[in-house]
Design a protein around this ligand. Sequence first.
Ligand code: SF4
Length: 319
Amino acid sequence: MTVKKVLLAKPRGFCAGVERAIEVVNLALELFEGPIYVRKEIVHNKHVIDHFEAKGVIFVEELDQVPGGATVIFSAHGVSPAVRREAAAKNLKVVDATCPLVTKVHLEAVRFAREARSIILIGHQGHEEVEGTMGEAPDHVQLVGTEQEAEAVQVPDPDRVAVITQTTLGVDDAQRIIDVLKRRFPKLVTPPSHDICYATQNRQTAVQRLAERAQLVLVLGSDNSSNSRRLREVAEDAGARAYLIDDASQIDPAWLDGVECVAVTAGASAPEYLVEEVIDHFRALGASDVEELEVIRERVTFVAPPELARAMAERETGR
Ligand code: SF4
């Protein structure tokens, strides 16, 4: 059997936070004298990083690799206040590409800490977003990644506990952990709206629907992209075989044995041209039917950070 049909998930690929972060780097390249430094990967995608490196952008792990006075961009995943202080001490010109939905979680951490609550952050150890959020209230936040950890976590006052989450978790996984916390801490305070962002939720809903119709699901995204990894897991939980790939060159012909319909989606940091290359790959193998399944319509956009808006206005007025 050969692949006859390709089903495309919609929404897939770039979210509003990633679009904005990429636009920030493009504008910084235009508006400011180089070199432009970016702390951490601007978004977690190998192709995006390679593209900007080719344009001269320098990616660093920490600010001690950036010379004093230089321009540095903070990635979409956000930074802790300690990093902001370090940037100020080095007199760096900062452009902040933190996604506004990550900032929302930071502000919740600050508010819950002011209310003298213990904060349980559901997230993945070592992820940049988690490090940034924890840094907002290091004495209040404890990280929990599994139901077992939620069963074991200890707090000084079980009546004063709040929960926040990383923005890119599996919706069902996070809910199971929250359920454990609610049972253990009946007065648990949750944020007014979900911390898992709209893009993560929508891409998971879409891939779940597709996975019910395809034998194989391919998720475009890099291995360090949390939301892309969750898409692969959601597809697998829905009953399909699923693989995370950086691009079409990683498709293993052995995966296609017995597969008539393959579904394709992309994580929030994966560019659309990678999806097009996968479609071309299957067309070349004889697939003639390509169908896009729109599960949810998205209309979210974010404005540029104020420091860039100011620089653009100055350029326009010639100052
Ligand atoms: S995945 Fe969500 S939180 Fe992350 S950049 Fe995109 S919109 Fe923002």
